[in-house]
Design a protein around this ligand. Structure first.
Ligand SMILES: C[S@@+](CC[C@H](N)C(=O)[O-])C[C@H]1O[C@@H](n2cnc3c(N)ncnc32)[C@H](O)[C@@H]1O
Length: 332
């Protein structure tokens, strides 16, 4: 096999597949419409995006005036090929600063691009310099570096709206942010994010794949979310609780290893239970911090997964109602 072909294969094998999911404009549009009041006079940074083809760049450049943006910075990473056979010079990453002039929907020309000295990794000092100048970071970062990516945003005190995998909620570091109300889920989740554009070499399989009218190859993994620390109105809406615990105790089993009850569906959270309740992860999509407090994730007092009669009902988040209706329980 030719050296170049071997290199290419090695590279593909190394890369996490979902690192190459490119976001569709329709998904960006349907999430961003809920945050329009946050962007006036702000500098937005898309730090995992090639301005020549990123729909995040396209969205912000097209809506620059409407959002009242001050500046849009878009930085592109160039992956380095580092293996035994590679003798080529490293490719440089680059960035483009857009201030609303030169035609709203214009892609940058080669004269507008500024090359980094390095590869444009979001963790590089050059990219961090641009991060420091920015107010809000909006992108779909590489899933395989999600923890590190979020940690950096928190370290530099940035506002953000980013796409991740639903599993990210279960990462210790990310759950901690959610528990402490330093980050929360955005508006769209799962099937609410319609799919991602994947490169030519990505194998399409199963039913959740298609080719759109422009010939883009789309996969719909249905397991993604938006994570943000920008306020949304949804976060202030109470979950409507219609069920009662008292009188229906048999429907809510007690955990073996924690003083609390198991609730299988968010809509079944009882209005009259003042103790701890274990709810599914999807609860977080409806979570209003004025209504509930998040206590902990998944484990009982013994450090093992929460269990009911020896069985573990999937991962549960332990919560407590902050606005308990005492009139419903005081005669108990
Ligand atoms: C999931 S894709 C999304 C691309 C684009 N943000 C979008 O939403 O269409 C992640 C992107 O991050 C880039 N990337 C991978 N590692 C990176 C790093 N260390 N620093 C910056 N970008 C990186 C990849 O090249 C890829 O384009």
């Amino acid at each position: 096999m030719a050296r170049n072909a071997t290199n290419e294969l090695l590279q593909k094998a190394k890369k996490s597949k979902s690192d190459e999911f490119y976001t569709q404009l329709s998904d960006i549009d349907s999430e961003l419409q809920h945050y329009k009041n946050h962007f006036k006079n702000k500098v937005v940074y898309c730090n995992c995006d090639d301005p020549k083809n990123s729909n995040f760049f396209y969205y912000f450049a097209s809506n620059f005036k409407e959002l009242g943006l001050k500046k849009l910075i878009t930085a592109c990473y160039r992956e380095q090929v580092k293996d035994l056979f590679n003798t080529q010079e490293d490719e440089k990453g680059f960035f483009f600063e857009y201030t609303g002039t030169g035609g709203e929907k214009n892609k940058p020309g080669s004269a507008d691009i500024v090359y980094f000295n390095g590869n444009g990794d979001f963790r590089s000092s050059e990219s961090i310099e641009l991060l420091k100048q920015s107010d809000i970071v909006v992108t779909n970062p590489p899933f395989s570096l999600f923890r590190e990516y979020v940690a950096q945003l928190i370290k530099y005190g940035k506002k953000f709206l980013i796409i991740g995998n639903i599993n990210a909620i279960t990462y210790k570091e990310i759950f901690k942010l959610i528990k402490e109300n330093k980050a929360w889920l955005g508006i769209n989740l799962g099937r609410g994010i319609s799919g991602f554009i994947v490169p030519e070499h990505y194998e399409l399989y199963g039913t959740e794949t298609r080719i759109d009218s422009l010939g883009n190859r789309i996969v719909s993994p249905n397991n993604c979310l938006w994570l943000t620390n920008l306020d949304t109105s949804k976060r202030h809406e109470d979950i409507v609780l219609t069920k009662r615990y008292f009188g229906n105790e048999a429907e809510y089993q007690k955990y073996d290893n924690y003083d609390g009850i198991n609730v299988d569906r968010t809509q079944d959270i009882p209005v009259d239970y003042k103790g701890f309740m274990g709810v599914p992860i999807t609860f977080l999509h409806k979570f209003n911090p004025n209504q509930f407090e998040i206590i902990k994730f998944r484990k009982g007092n013994d450090g093992k997964d929460l269990s009911v009669n020896g069985k573990c009902p999937y991962f549960r988040i332990l919560i407590k109602n902050k606005q308990i209706r005492t009139d419903l329980i005081e005669n108990r």
